[in-house]
Design a protein around this ligand. Structure first.
Ligand code: PLP
Length: 445
């Protein structure tokens, strides 16, 4: 089919996620192929994948070992249900994952997206207390600006006004603690901001811990909330408070997991041992939708018993533990080891910091926040007052469109431009990406 016809059909039949379709109609894009860290559209124009195809691509596109893992698994079976039955790759993957995740996490519950992995975490924490007979522990604490997915449960523990406000009466109430964001805090001091937020959490726990089942957060850096980095010691402080007040700590590693922050998991930056941890995106190297929720033997045991005791976790999806997905995830983790990818990501993150250093010289770049290979560039109208451009001007969005013209794909989060390259991006490609980011911003403002 001709490219122009495809374009028309996409406008006629499709409804794209997180997309105002009038924007798409004005600036459509249809990707046809990809190789390495580049993708190509139906007109043959090639782009650097600066967004890792939504934060999940690890090794680039068409990674030989991953393609082969799927082909090999296809010769056996594509899918069989995990309800009441296991399958071979899901077992092997579970064993491998348990070796990698923080100590104390011993069980894997599969699902198929980041949102479902967090939805499961919330339900698991809730039912854990019910099964233990501590039935008043039903509330969840979350951080302002958090994002954990778009299902009703995960929106309830999320708090990004732009995405969640319209659904307010559909959601359950979570208790929200201010995220320790340094950039707009009057003190501009990491320790002050950290201690202030931890103090608020302590006060909340002192007053209400008996009704709080768990606290949900993104470790070290909030993604969709605008790439907000946590001050050092904050995550550790939260862990200590959760332990002191008997609140389950649920860590959402959907965006940060698998080397993205320069460690295999972001919790390793502060040696945290969560009660529940969720992963998705990078788990399959960006190939297929597999997610997982990890938990402790203590939590697992609270669900274990005779059927008539009614402790079973009644949750599962049709594609849970899909064999093709688990097989490619296993191959992905083998490449992590073989290519020492976490170390590579950490080294590349340092290079990225250097490359980004002069970005702040651009008159409208207010803040550059980075954790490993996760970068957010906040555009402001006035660097001194930190005032934003009006919503209608959509400076960050327009900058990313300009970057697209220049050969780099990425997406904005409000006023924040995201750069999240695949872990396999080379030094030269990072240089190329950052140069386009700078040029894209410069040309729009
Ligand atoms: N949690 C975090 C921290 C995320 O960044 C995302 C997606 O960006 C999700 C959950 C939801 O993942 P998914 O889009 O796979 O449902």
């Amino acid at each position: 089919m001709k490219a122009d016809q495809l374009l028309e059909k996409s406008k006629q039949y499709m409804w794209l996620p997180f997309t105002q379709m009038s924007d798409y109609e004005q600036d459509p894009l249809i990707i046809e192929s990809g190789e390495g860290v580049r993708v190509t559209d139906i007109y043959g124009k090639t782009y650097l994948d600066g967004n890792s195809s939504l934060w999940l691509n690890v090794h680039g596109h068409q990674k030989k070992e991953l393609d082969e893992a799927i082909q090999k698994q296809l010769q056996l079976i594509a899918h069989s249900t995990l309800l009441g039955a296991a399958n071979v790759p899901s077992i092997l993957l579970a064993e491998k994952l348990i070796e990698l995740v923080p100590e104390g996490l011993t069980r894997v519950f599969y699902s198929d997206s980041g949102a479902t992995s967090v939805e499961i975490a919330v339900k698991m924490a809730y039912q854990y207390w019910q099964n233990k007979g501590v039935s008043q522990k039903m509330k969840f604490v979350t951080l302002s600006n958090g994002y954990h997915g778009d299902t009703v449960g995960t929106m309830s523990v999320g708090s990004i006004e732009l995405y969640h406000k319209v659904y307010t009466s559909l959601l359950f109430d979570a208790l929200v603690i201010p995220f320790p964001a340094v950039y707009r805090h009057p003190s501009n001091d990491e320790q002050v901001v950290r201690d202030e937020s931890l103090h608020k959490l302590r006060l909340l726990f002192e007053e209400r811990h008996e009704e709080i089942a768990g606290m949900v957060l993104e470790p070290m850096i909030q993604g969709a909330g605008g790439m907000n980095t946590m001050p050092p010691g904050y995550l550790k402080g939260v862990e200590e408070l959760c332990k002191e007040f008997n609140v389950l700590l649920i860590v959402d590693e959907v965006a940060t997991g698998f080397g993205r922050t320069g460690k295999m998991f972001a919790v390793e930056h502060e040696s945290i041992q969560p009660d529940i941890m969720t992963v998705a995106k990078g788990l399959t190297g960006g190939y297929l939708p597999v997610a997982a929720t990890f938990t402790t033997e203590e939590i697992y045991n609270a669900f274990y018993g005779k059927h008539e005791e009614m402790k079973t976790f009644f949750h599962g999806h049709s594609y849970t533990g899909n064999q093709l997905g688990c097989a490619v995830a296993l191959a992905n983790l083998e490449i992590f080891e073989k290519e020492q990818l976490v170390q590579q990501a950490s080294d590349k993150a340092e290079l990225l910091t250097e490359l980004l250093a002069d970005l702040k010289e651009l008159p409208h770049v207010g803040d550059v926040r980075q954790c490993g290979l996760m970068v957010g560039i906040e555009i402001v109208k006035d660097r001194y007052t930190k005032e934003s451009f009006s919503f209608e001007r959509r400076i960050a969005y327009r900058s990313t469109l300009k970057m697209r013209e220049l050969g780099l794909l990425t997406r904005p989060l409000g006023d924040v431009i995201v750069l999240m390259p695949p872990l396999a991006t080379t030094a030269e490609q990072l240089v190329e990406m950052v140069a386009i980011v700078k040029e894209g911003i410069r040309l729009v403002i």
